[in-house]
Design a protein around this ligand. Sequence first.
Ligand SMILES: *Cc1c(COP(=O)(O)O)cnc(C)c1O
Length: 406
Amino acid sequence: MTVTPHLFIPGPTTIPDRVRMAMNLPMEDMRSAEYPKLTLPIFEDMKKAFKIKDGRVFLFPSSGSGAWESAITNTLAVGDKVLMSRFGQFSLLWVDMAERLGLKVVLCDEEWGTGVPLEKYADILAKDTAHEIKAVFATHNETATGVSSDIAGVRKAMDAAKHPALLMVDGVSAVGSLDMRMGEWGVDCCVSGSQKGFMLPTGLGILAVSQKALDANKSLNGRMNRCYFSFEDMIKTNDLGYFPYTPATQLIRGLRTSLDMLFEEGLDNVFARHTRLATGVRAAVDAWGLKLCAKEPKWHSDTVSAIFVPEGIDANAVLKTAYYRYNTSLGTGLNKVAGKVFRIGHLGALDEFMVGGVLFAVEMALKDCGVNIKLGSGTGAAAEYFSKTATKSATGVTAPAAAKAA
Ligand SMILES: *Cc1c(COP(=O)(O)O)cnc(C)c1O
């Protein structure tokens, strides 16, 4: 095979050449007097990516799960009550971690295909007049089911109850692709990772924290044990442009370029591109006569679509066919939806051409596996939508249709 495999899992995502080249450099001295010239501006620019003015962003050499752990162990105490919801493999794993770290979880167990239950949250928070709940957790984008939740709505529910709890958000498959207004929404810890919207290899656990979260860290009684993921050690060294241990220097070089690319395109344009490309994918799913795992349009994710195969078809067979026949990786169904859904990751460095490519492969794989669809139906529907709404391509080249319209 001389062609690069086509990667359409919802992370790791495709790495743009410019980012890959930026990481192709000799190992560098992370304790040199020059190094802070790279790191200090990155810390500031990361705050822009999360839209916070105060607080800070930590870069741990770990996957996103490390940032989950850091958020919990630095701001909460063993035995603290927290409000969480579970509706997919990733929200499930965060609940599991919280319980294993000794938190008492007030759990909303929701149907997979739905998201954070705002009304239930509002109810529970309003009744908690003693403010026993110390933190409210929300998964912004449940990658297993392709469900996005309303984080501004969670903030509203907390404000309506005048509840002082911390707001913890898992933004791993959201930040850099979906709008995250950490400051405006009063998010206290926002977790991310390098291999999704930031278009990098896996290996940076990214955690943005508010001033309130930093204060909680200082004032905590009965604090949790922590070491590798401690805020304090990071702050001491980060303030000078360094890290308490060896940073992932190449990933940090790559992050510099990813941030440059995101800001050059403009964050709002990046979000709009994700919405547009996701809408094209959904048009294809509709045209195939298939159903998304996300139950209602309000849950639709613009970064990943989980798609049900028809009864009697094995989703894993579709995945295998796409992989072996068409050199294309799709996301598997996880846990409760294993064998029932396949997922298309549509986040990061992506344009219409790439979406067309994955839909082309999916269409063939579905047909090969016995699904009754017409080849060209989904790709055609997506193409209709893209050509009707064409403005500017991701590379900034004005498309002919738009030029004529203008
Ligand atoms: C990918 C993902 C994670 C886990 O990140 P890792 O980097 O695999 O540790 C957590 N939450 C969500 C929503 C994700 O998509």
